[in-house]
Write a protein that binds this ligand. Structure first.
Ligand code: DHK
Length: 151
């Protein structure tokens, strides 16, 4: 087997605006877990699945776009919770299209049960799949789906 085939697959986990406030932000909607808890969940799940996880959060759309562009060289797949940018950002959609890596989209809340402006996500059109409404468990489910896809 070639060396490249034995190397752990790399998943870039991206979190959008206001997710740094998890734990204190509208806990009835987003739950009690902090972003640090989500990071630890992803690290633990990644270890079980043999994935390398790079976990990040930004409040800036431009930074998110740059991270997605850079992922061409540093990642095999992307797990993204674009947060509010899901509903507004053609730039993030275009960046994901440009790099062509497999993408799974996660939302903590069930966006379809919420205000109508949250029902559409630009990112969904490029995602392999979308997981919403399962809170932080959605991140674990998304990593499992990506691990299977990357096999
Ligand atoms: C997080 C946000 O910050 C919202 O803007 C989205 C998403 C939903 C979530 O459920 O994780 O509408």
């Amino acid at each position: 087997m070639h060396k490249a085939e034995t190397m752990a697959k790399r998943v870039l986990v991206l979190n959008g605006p206001n997710l740094n406030l998890l734990g204190t932000r509208e806990p009835d909607i987003y739950g009690a877990s902090t972003l640090r808890d989500v990071e630890q969940l992803c690290a633990g799940t990644g270890k079980e699945l043999g994935l390398t996880v790079d976990f990040r959060q930004t409040n800036s759309e431009g930074e998110m776009v740059t991270w997605i562009q850079d992922a061409r060289k540093t990642a095999d797949a992307i797990l993204i919770n674009p947060a509010a940018y899901s509903h507004t950002s053609v730039a993030i959609l275009d960046a994901l299209k440009a790099i062509g890596l497999p993408v799974v989209e996660v939302h903590l809340s069930n966006i379809h049960q919420r205000e109508p402006f949250r029902h559409h996500s630009y990112v969904s059109s490029v995602a392999l799949g979308v997981i919403c409404g399962f809170g932080v468990t959605g991140y674990r489910l998304a990593l499992e789906a990506l691990a299977e896809k990357l096999q």
